[in-house]
Design a protein around this ligand. Sequence first.
Ligand code: APR
Length: 231
Amino acid sequence: MNLFILTGAGVSAESGLGVFRGPGAALWKRYNPIRLATPEAFAHDPALVHDFYNTRRRNLIAASPNAAHVALARLEAELARRGGAFTLVTQNIDDLHERAGSKNVIHMHGELLKARCASCGAVRDCRDDLSVDSRCGCGGALRPHVVWFGETPLDTDEIYEALAAAEIFVAIGTSGAVYPAAGFVRAARARGRRCCELNLEPSGNAEEFDDRRYGAASEIVPSWVEEILAR
Ligand code: APR
């Protein structure tokens, strides 16, 4: 079996990390993404942007993986043991998949526990607050190593290669609102692959999926993993 799994903010919601869209206190309802998550915003008011990501970084460090993260790590290990293939691509900038034991995670939107030099591009680990005084050895300003709106996602060649090879495409905890990730299901369908959606509610492109399961990730992902491993 060759599985391609895409995760979004919904998989980390029950770990206390906010989602961006949807009901309740979604991040982009409380904050303006144009003023916080664009290169222009960083150029205009880096202190405001640092403040936003510093708060999210502290919340992340205090958070823990949930049963959905743990189930996906188990699926990866079990499929490897059986000679199968497994690719986990996440839109999330948290490290909860890795903390749950996942090995091969592609962070297409970057990682909050890393910082990048805005001048030379050097990337380093970052668990502390960043500020306008945070500098790289080259003298460049440090910014969160995240992909902002208007920027190109990371590792897209590797992602499309894995997507092309996969037999089953699965989207977990994502609203299907942001491209290119929202277009993966169409690419998989175009190759006649089976597509499965696991989410709290139907996503924006729910009709593209053959198999749809709705509920909290910490409940529906472990039971789905049980089923897959029982096959
Ligand atoms: N279990 C399962 N799904 C959930 C849960 C839960 N406990 N809570 C919320 N969801 C679902 C919501 O129904 C919604 O469809 O998770 C989805 C989260 O959608 P978004 O908040 O839009 O997050 P995501 O799809 O990951 O956003 C994509 O947008 O803002 C940018 O770069 C950011 O990576 C992000 C991208």
